[in-house]
Write a protein that binds this ligand. Structure first.
Ligand code: GLN
Length: 248
């Protein structure tokens, strides 16, 4: 039986707009296929051991929560997270979690907070928040229509990507990384970053399956592919949103 260990980083601090739903989607889609999923909450005071996990999830938080965990993240977990990323562990980082993977976060008040510096992106806070439904396309994602992914964003930070980091997708509706360059999220090795919160994986099963597949291929040399599931409800939910916002 295949088994994957999922680390949920700071579940008590970073859990906006149902980010926990991303963990549930990963777990359920594994269990429906007879794959064991064990979720480990890792928070303030806990060590992060890079070889213990196959998938790591970091959710979003306001500047306030990001501030509470900052010292713990930088002093206790930074090197472990870097090692896991470089060893191709699969990561999903949402909003505040996405910002923390980058070089720095400059708040709208002007303070520059150093982040993990594992990925080459940076974030600048703005008075005007970017809030609302988000639709973006991921090239090559096997999801109808056109690899479109639906989600929900709420951030004041504008994120810019530097060399070595690719955008996760292209904005079709909404703001994405900064409301300017048309990109949403970031990809580096097996790290997936997005501004889209807890509806991301539940409403976009192909993306969920991509993360599970990458983790299984990394861990089990004999693993080939996931068996398909009946996704008609998820597809209806996604198509309904796409119709509402871009096919009026
Ligand atoms: N504090 C960050 C911002 O407002 C992240 C917010 C979030 O995770 N929703 O940009």
């Amino acid at each position: 039986m295949y088994q994957l260990s999922i680390c949920h980083l700071y579940p008590d601090l970073l859990n906006l707009y149902g980010d926990h739903g991303n963990i549930q989607a990963l777990k359920k889609r594994m269990e429906w296929r007879g794959i064991e999923a064990i979720v480990y909450p890792v928070s303030l005071g806990d060590m992060f051991s890079p070889s213990d996990y196959d998938i790591v999830f970091i959710g979003g938080g306001q500047d306030y929560e990001q501030g509470i965990l900052h010292t713990d993240l930088m002093e206790r977990k930074k090197e472990g997270i870097r090692e896991a990323v470089e060893n191709d562990v699969v990561f999903l980082c949402i909003c505040g979690g996405y910002q923390l993977m980058g070089l720095y976060y400059k708040t709208s008040g002007g303070d520059e907070i150093p982040c993990l510096g594992i990925m080459n992106h940076w974030t600048i806070g703005n008075e005007k928040r970017m809030i609302g439904d988000l639709i973006f396309s991921i090239e090559g994602l096997d999801q109808e229509p056109n690899g479109y992914v639906v989600g929900f964003e709420n951030h004041s930070g504008r994120t810019y990507l530097g060399e070595g980091v690719s955008p996760l997708g292209k904005v079709i509706y909404g703001f994405g990384n900064n409301g300017e360059d048309g990109f949403e999220g970031a990809r580096y090795k097996n790290v997936f970053c997005s501004y889209s919160h807890g509806s991301l994986l539940p409403k976009n099963p192909a993306l969920t399956d991509e993360l599970i597949t990458l983790a299984l291929k990394r861990k089990y040399k004999d693993f080939v592919s996931l068996q398909p599931l009946d996704d008609h409800l998820e597809t209806k939910a996604r198509e309904n949103l796409i119709k509402r916002f871009i096919r009026k």
